[in-house]
Design a protein around this ligand. Structure first.
Ligand SMILES: Nc1ncnc2c1ncn2[C@@H]1O[C@H](COP(=O)(O)OP(=O)(O)O)[C@@H](O)[C@H]1O
Ligand SMILES: O=P(O)(O)OC[C@H](O)CO
Length: 493
């Protein structure tokens, strides 16, 4: 059995490739950022060709750094930014437009109309999601309605739709495979999470022709074989999962009640609910945790659109810091008792508020507010938003006693301690923080026999540091009350 696995982690701001060995140890990594396009207020696009070019380039770099040839790879696992929508021409492989990114809010008015027409219940019941521009369905409709000839070409089967996993798979296999996995499908608002198939009523509601759609497979499956030219020999693509689902797997949250929270561009908290699709009464999402051997495992998810992206804005927009790592120094100087609140609702608010029209604000400024207070407020906003999610999860009756964390922002000790304090839960940080890529590698490894079972993978999880709550309840409550007040002011009631 060839001992290595190549994990592709195609994120919102960069493409990464990581080579893992059969112990789940990282051997080599390569990363490349790509352009973000903001053509109008609330619109966010990527060039799908640039996504592909950066991905294939980091794959080759990582293999070169590791000194590994195709024949030494057991398989490839793909994990990806979710919901982002690509439509391409099956004959030429050319996208018909830029990819519409998950953060894009251009379909907000369409969603408002669908909700006022009373369709939300149908969408919640079938997909576990809500009606929101975040999900792929209205993005597909927008492309079919706004690109010349697209609707007709979609109906005759000339075009293909995919989330980023499908788009990469299509390119890796040179058009041989048009598949996705159940986790990615579950983010489109077109997939019925109970029947595990595309839903005819939803295809009609969103006016999406079935001919456009990829076939949905398990998260560990035979997705196809790469074209020889990419890696000098064929390699099996054996695992696919959306990045948050892959992180859940990489964090070995396989038992109901286990939860992880990933702090990258956005923040996504996911709690495993086992074989039950728990319906949230508090505007959280029901989603696939993963699907293995045809068996769906479900999760409940809270999605926050802006987490680390707030640090990027403080760095690039306001130029208050030159690097995100400086933020901890500011926070240590200010301390937790900060009366400034930054609500980073740059593209609306996600769970549990779901307000696409909310916009950001900085509140509580006084004459002595300085850079340090604003930067600290940016860090605290991520923790307060997580508390909004945890409250909603608990109100849904799901227990959450501890949280496994990962993502770029999880390296910040100050943030992780404040998170534990404000949530009043134990926060566990693993020694491997590249959990998303690791999850994709686990899936490919399960399919190709490198890993035997989820039990084996559970035994491989290792804690690097634990953060315990250490804040007086009165302070916790008053800080959080200030946040709720700030949220109330930015929501567009
Ligand atoms: N020390 C730090 N403190 C706070 N935020 C950080 C720190 N280091 C990185 N970040 C933030 O983490 C994010 C990058 O995380 P990553 O997991 O690579 O994101 P993504 O996969 O979404 O591209 C950036 O938005 C960055 O601002
Ligand atoms: O690219 P990330 O890590 O911010 O993740 C994006 C999410 O998958 C969007 O739902």
């Amino acid at each position: 059995m060839p001992p290595y696995i190549l994990a592709i982690d195609q994120g919102t701001t960069s493409s990464r490739a990581i080579v893992f060995d059969s112990q789940g140890v990282q051997v080599a990594v390569a990363q490349q950022e790509f352009h973000q396009y903001f053509p109008k207020d609330g619109w966010v696009e990527h060039d799908a060709l640039e996504i592909w070019d950066s991905t294939i380039s980091v794959c080759c770099n990582a293999l070169e750094k590791a000194g590994i040839r195709a024949v030494e790879l057991a398989g490839i696992g793909i994990t990806n930014q979710r919901e982002t929508t690509v439509i391409w021409d099956r004959a030429t492989g050319q996208p018909i437009h830029h990819a519409i990114v998950w953060q894009d809010r251009r379909t907000a008015s369409v969603c408002t109309k669908l909700k006022s027409d009373g369709y939300e219940d149908l969408v919640v019941e079938r997909t576990g999601l809500l009606i929101d521009p975040y999900f792929s369905a209205t993005k597909v409709t927008w492309l079919l309605d706004n690109i010349d000839g697209a609707r007709q070409r979609a109906e005759t089967g000339e075009l293909a739709f995919g989330t980023v996993d499908s788009w990469l798979l299509w390119n890796l296999t040179k058009g041989q495979s048009h598949f996705t996995d159940a986790t990615n499908a579950s983010r489109t608002a077109l997939f019925n999470i109970h029947t595990q198939d595309w839903d005819e009523d939803l295809l009609t509601l969103f006016r999406v022709p079935r001919a456009l759609l990829p076939k949905v497979l398990d998260s560990a499956a035979d997705f196809g074989v790469t074209a020889e030219e990419w890696f000098g020999g064929p390699v099996k693509v054996a695992g696919i999962a959306g990045d948050q689902h892959a992180a859940l797997i990489g964090q070995a949250c396989f038992e109901p009640g286990m939860a992880k929270s990933t702090y990258g561009t956005g923040c996504f908290l996911m709690l495993n609910t086992g074989d039950k699709a728990l319906r949230s009464e508090n505007r959280l999402l029901t989603t696939m945790a993963y699907r293995l051997d045809g068996k769906p495992c479900y999760a409940i998810e809270g999605s926050i659109f802006v987490a680390g992206a707030a640090m990027q804005w403080l760095r690039d927009g306001l130029r208050l810091i030159t690097d995100a790592s400086e933020s901890a120094g500011h926070a240590e100087a200010v301390g937790v008792d900060n009366s400034v609140y930054l609500v980073p609702a740059f593209t609306g608010l996600g769970a549990p508020h779901w307000d696409p029209n909310a916009r950001g604000a900085i509140l509580g400024l006084t004459r002595d507010t300085g850079i340090a207070e604003i930067v600290t407020a940016g860090l605290q906003s991520v923790c307060y938003q997580t508390k909004d999610l945890v409250r909603a999860i608990r109100n849904d009756g799901a227990p959450l006693e501890s949280l496994r964390v990962d993502g770029g922002m999880a390296v910040n000790d100050w943030v992780m301690q404040f998170l534990s304090d404000i949530l009043c839960v134990t926060v566990d940080r693993p020694s491997v923080t590249e959990t998303t890529a690791l999850g994709a590698a686990y899936l490919a490894g399960l399919q190709t026999g490198v890993f035997e079972s989820l039990e084996q993978i559970s035994g491989m999880w290792e804690r690097e540091r634990q953060f315990q709550p250490d804040m007086k309840p009165a302070l916790r409550e008053s800080l959080y009350a200030g946040w709720l007040d700030a949220i109330e002011r930015v929501c567009n009631h």
